[in-house]
Design a protein around this ligand. Structure first.
Ligand code: SF4
Length: 108
């Protein structure tokens, strides 16, 4: 390998390294966004449909108790004040704190 070829190769390596380092935070943000989307329960999920899950409890016609929302449900383990949290009925997938389904059970 000549000196000129060696310098060109080193420059190319540095360019690729710098580009990779610059792109890393964006890749991490994209991946975490994707993972979060996958983890949220969709109203069209077959289990959600069978349980009448609505991300907005006020849109659930079977709901009779106005205090019944996911954040007051025994199966919800989201942090107080969070917009969503895991539901054990959905295997830990995220449900809306203001959501509701027919399996709602008052938190003790
Ligand atoms: S089981 Fe409770 S926390 Fe889970 S979706 Fe139904 S109401 Fe919400």
């Amino acid at each position: 390998m000549t000196t000129a070829a060696s310098h060109a190769s080193r420059r190319r390596f540095i360019k690729i390294s710098v580009t990779g380092l610059a792109a890393a935070p964006f890749a991490a943000a994209l991946l975490s966004g994707t993972a979060r989307a996958v983890d949220a329960v969709s109203e069209s999920d077959p289990t959600a449909v069978s349980l009448g899950y609505k991300a907005d409890a006020t849109k659930a016609p079977a709901r009779k108790d106005s205090a019944a929302v996911c954040s007051t449900c025994a199966l919800y383990s989201g942090k107080p004040g969070a917009g969503d949290g895991p539901c054990s009925l959905f295997g830990g997938k995220l449900v809306n704190a203001k959501g509701w389904c027919t399996a709602w059970a008052k938190k003790a």
